[in-house]
Design a protein. Structure first.
Length: 454
């Protein structure tokens, strides 16, 4: 079996079944033990009860769905590359394949494609083309912004303080930790409320003392909450403090105009909106202090060394074009499906409650906690029914630790171990949402019945 999180967990269950005595009565127990810092203590199921539960998971309709047309509801983790994007990239592999820094005809052709992509990216966020720095994705963009701006501001002002939040992506939080440990920065994390929103008063109070940089994400990957970045950006501008926002989850999901947001830097990753993996960009406002962190050439205006990946960059901007051309109809459509799913789960699944802001959230994002159950068990059941979802960030699934985002919201173990995330896409239909809600209700009911009999 493939070495995935749910694959490993399912193997544990199957191993426990195979190792238990075949002739034992229903009371013969097999045990799946999970480490103390994992999901939750020890769970025991009778052999017959687990078999019955797994048989329920692999119901005829679920098996048919899985084999014929599985439902992908994990678009916050990554998205399939649209065929039109693949077609658009192909000439830059086979025809316009030159190094965009070369002077000859092939290089000039690649350079023209690179500059066209830069203009497209800038146009979609209301920036100047020279303010776009192409990168390998969201993680590099976050790293580049935080280190480049913080170190430049320290050099310029002597300030060693950075303000952020506890619900940021690990690409931000771990970079902040490195800046603290290696470069001596002081990190202040603002509190968030029960739906993950930063309060203006807390940011205003934090900026009563000088700060080198503020970093607050535009939309959260685990709970879908969209921050009022424009309001927070105005506070930062009033204190002459640059604001970086991680917009990886928000790009092509909500309107983004950098002047309206008041940001000095903004991170984007293509694979979240049907572009290729391994490419993204950092918007860096022209007046923002910045020290390059990667050396080896004068690429990207001397701000990010390394030959630009023109095929992927072009594919990213084609995906941006396609998404934003359909936004007027597609965003409301996905929002309606999201609300349908939220309503169905809250009314049909025992112990389920919504995480994140019920109103100010990404249009395709529905996240829940199901009290008393573990996400892995539910995800195995969903996967066997042909439904692909997640328990939160794809970058941390398998970590067997409580979500730092849910902890910041005040949701503690054991509830935090029951977190589920469904993120819809352009292929999701109303019938799919109904099917998912029905299957989740069935799976959770069967799990509770098995636990009650154990």
């Amino acid at each position: 079996m493939e070495d995935t999180l749910h694959g490993r967990l399912l193997n544990k269950v199957l191993h426990s079944l195979e190792s238990s005595p075949k002739g034992s009565p229903q009371g013969q127990l097999s045990s799946t033990r999970i480490s103390e810092d994992g999901l939750a203590g020890t769970i025991e199921h009778s052999r017959c009860q687990v078999l019955e539960c797994l048989a329920g998971f692999a119901s005829a309709v679920g098996l048919f769905r899985m084999l014929q047309s599985p439902l992908y509801l994990d678009h916050s983790a990554t998205t399939p590359v649209w065929p039109e994007v693949i077609t658009a990239m192909e000439p830059y592999f086979s025809q316009a394949y030159g190094n965009p820094s070369s002077m000859h005809a092939a290089g000039r052709k690649a350079y023209a494609g690179l500059q066209q992509a830069r203009q497209t990216a800038a146009r979609h966020i209301g920036a100047r083309p020279q303010e776009i720095i192409f990168t390998s994705g969201g993680t590099e963009s976050d790293n580049l912004a935080l280190r480049g701006i913080a170190l430049a501001r320290r050099q310029q002002t002597g300030v060693r303080r950075i303000v952020s939040t506890p619900i940021e992506h690990h690409a931000v939080l771990e970079t902040l930790e490195d800046l603290a440990q290696v470069h001596g920065f002081e990190i202040e994390l603002l509190p968030v409320d029960e739906v993950g929103r930063v309060q203006s008063t807390d940011l205003t109070q934090a900026l009563a003392e000088p700060a080198a940089l503020v970093s607050i994400m535009l939309a959260n990957n685990e709970i879908g909450t969209v921050q009022s970045i424009a309001r927070l950006g105005a506070i930062c501008q009033a204190q002459d403090t640059p604001l970086h926002t991680d917009a990886v989850q928000a790009m092509c999901k909500v309107p983004i105009r950098v002047d309206d947001l008041g940001v000095a830097a903004l991170s984007v990753s293509a694979h979240k909106f049907h572009g290729p993996k391994g490419v993204g960009f950092l918007y860096l406002r022209q007046s923002t202090p910045f020290l390059p962190r990667q050396t080896g050439g004068g690429h990207e205006g001397g701000r990010r060394a390394g030959t630009e990946n023109v095929p992927l960059i072009h594919g990213m901007t084609v995906a941006m074009d396609m998404n934003l051309q359909s936004a007027e109809t597609e965003w409301p459509r996905q929002r309606a499906l999201r609300d349908q799913l939220i309503s169905a789960v809250l009314t049909g699944v025992e112990g389920a409650y919504l995480t994140g802001d019920p109103q100010c959230r990404l249009p395709h994002h529905a996240s829940f906690v199901v009290s008393g159950l573990e996400a892995e068990s539910m995800l195995i059941g969903l996967d066997m029914a042909g439904i692909m979802a997640s328990s939160g960030s794809a970058c941390t699934s398998g970590a067997h630790q409580p979500s730092h985002v849910l902890s910041a919201l005040g949701i503690q173990a054991p509830d935090s171990y029951g977190a589920l995330r469904f993120s819809l896409g352009s292929s999701t239909m109303a019938a799919d949402v109904t099917f998912v809600a029905d299957q989740l209700a069935r799976i959770t009911t069967q799990l509770r019945q098995a636990m009650a009999l154990a």
